[in-house]
Design a binder for this molecule. Structure first.
Ligand code: PH2
Ligand code: MG
Ligand code: MG
Length: 169
């Protein structure tokens, strides 16, 4: 058994978003950077969908996607890897408003069935269950996965969210 094989690997899910520049290329470049990381494997990628911006500032439409990863990184290590890829792709957090436009956003959604609440790292992502732009692509690749806090499947969260947003709630 090589050290690579003996390492614990866990399944994690991420959300990707872009609404500045060549949005499609930014999401592809983020996925390529994840693929070339020695401790991350990209297992599944959803379709890339166009979504209306959610949140305060006036901004343009997003492309969003979700991906399933296998990783030997800790949750903190995986977060750092995602933040580094955001920086490498030119994201500038100093100028950006908290909900404002971004060239690339990579959010950690789920890490196995872990629950954690630390500064800068909350898993599951605390808003994932109310964001259609996360749940629609995630349900495509992980419909039967359970939300570890809510105890219901991603597909059931998506159904609920899509019906409340259609009703304007
Ligand atoms: N991300 C945000 C704020 N609003 N809206 C859409 N449609 N897609 C996003 O990825 C998104 C957003 C903050 O991360
Ligand atoms: Mg985000
Ligand atoms: Mg983010």
């Amino acid at each position: 058994v090589t050290s690579q094989e003996s390492r614990e690997h866990v399944t994690a899910y991420i959300a990707l978003g872009s609404n500045l520049g060549d949005r499609h290329a930014m999401i592809q470049r983020a996925l390529d950077a994840l693929r070339s990381h020695a401790e991350i494997a990209v297992i599944k990628v959803s379709d890339i969908i166009e979504t209306e911006p959610v949140g305060p500032p006036e901004q343009s439409r997003y492309l969003n996607a979700a991906a399933e990863l296998r990783t030997s990184l800790s949750p903190r290590g995986l977060l750092e890897a995602c933040l580094k890829i955001e920086r490498d792709l030119g994201r500038d957090r100093t100028l950006a408003a908290r909900w404002g436009p971004r060239v690339i956003d990579i959010d950690l959604l789920l890490y196995s069935d872990l629950q954690m609440d630390e500064s800068g790292l909350k898993i599951p992502h605390p808003a994932m269950h109310e964001r259609e732009f996360v749940l629609v692509p995630l349900a495509q690749i992980a419909p039967t996965v359970l939300h570890p806090v809510m105890g219901v499947t991603i597909e059931s969260l998506r159904c609920r969210q899509v019906s409340t947003s259609a009703a304007g709630i």
